[in-house]
Design a protein around this ligand. Sequence first.
Ligand code: NAD
Length: 485
Amino acid sequence: MNAIVESRPSLPVRHEALRICGEQIRREQLIEVRNPYTGELVGTVPKATIADVKRAFAYAHAYRARLTRYERAQILRRAAEIVRERTEEISLLITAEAGLCRKDSLYEAGRVSDVLVFGANEALKDDGQVFSCDLTPHGKQRRVYTQRDPLLGVISAITPFNHPMNQVAHKVVPSIATNNRIVVKPSEKVPLSAYLLADILYAAGLPQEMLQVLTGDPAEIGDELITNEQVDLITFTGGVSIGKYIASKMGYRRAVLELGGNDPIIVMEDADLDEASTLAVSGSYKNSGQRCTAIKRMLVHEAVADRFVELLVEKTRAWHWGDPADPDTDMGTVIDEAAAKSFEAQVNDAVSRGAKLLYGNIRKGALYSPTVLDYVMPDMPLVKYETFGPVSPVIRFRDIDDAIRISNSTDYGLSSSVCTNRMDYVTRFISELEVGSVNVREVPGYRLELTPFGGIKDSGLGYKEGVQEAMKSFTHVKTYSLPWS
Ligand code: NAD
């Protein structure tokens, strides 16, 4: 199942084929994947046609997975081992196709392995419930039981560019763990890691009917992916506009939509400013600031803002950005030059509206420096909308009411970070922030791959991901009852 490769000193160029209908299928129309830092060709992937998409769904639909829990767990465990053995190759590929630095891509390979292990563990758990029925005068000598069955139709998965392999793992692993069949269309910007993960799972023993991967132009095949009648559930991670388009177009079927974020770190006057500023820089710049849960707004109490900003600038200066392939680099490129230009333009716009640029806003191709701005106002477009890059905009506030109001003032509601030791503040933040998670003295993105994760408002419909919740979404509860004397 290996892709055709050409020799190159660094990483072989991968010319991939669709993984559909149990075959590797090539198409004349190709998408080129180029290294955002060097511009070199990393690989090519085929552009699937609408007919390819239809065939993939039909092939999956005709199959019923009958793997035991033990077999599913074994496949996922074996795949986790392969991922660990091939971590270096996975990391090099992610770095080459996404421009993420080696520290980020090594971390991502580790996360993928965690997703697989959690999936294996969860596959072994029986999540049925039992209800005795003799509880009221109307009861009977019976028991009601539940079990979670796989979906009758196929899962259609669409993933974004920011974590090329882990986003795919978060769709595929819960699907395998629940005996479903899934067709994945990864982002056309980073499609190579998805094919590699599929090959690892096939090598671990996964029947090909349970996972197919296809690539293409979303403008061409997008509608088929969300309206094909053999699709029971769409699981989409990406931006708000495409997510809402899917919601309007998909008709009568389920959808799990994990959309954009605009997460704050909120620094109260009692916070440990050294800790808060360390969290602020890592939450803002890791993965080149391209995480749905990256810190996109820094809300700082006015009494400590001057000192916090000093520390923030100092730690931002120390954040080593540049060649993604250099193992010492802390931050590589963003996804492409167009994205880098858009951050530059958004920062310039904020400055023209009165914000003060303290560090950065330097661009070289797809490299964009970590950037700090102070005196940002909540209604500036830089912070009103999602800025999906390494920008740290500081917004000063008066008191906790002000902080909660500003935090809740955007359309998003994914996650948040609060830096304080006051219990009265903590309890207010947990109950009043309109978000899917609140992390006290941690970055908004902190999670286990297992734990419930997802947003509300424009960030999602409230259905969570994380291996356990995704397994619930990918199943339906069947209830049965038996006589029980
Ligand atoms: P995007 O919305 O541009 O693209 C996401 C996917 O949708 C890609 O695979 C793309 O090809 C596909 N797509 C595009 N048009 C489509 C169409 N008409 N029909 C069907 N599919 C279509 O997002 P992106 O730029 O790749 O990723 C960045 C966004 O993802 C950010 O907004 C980020 O916050 C969000 N994100 C959210 C989460 C989360 O868990 N909530 C996680 C990571 C990223």
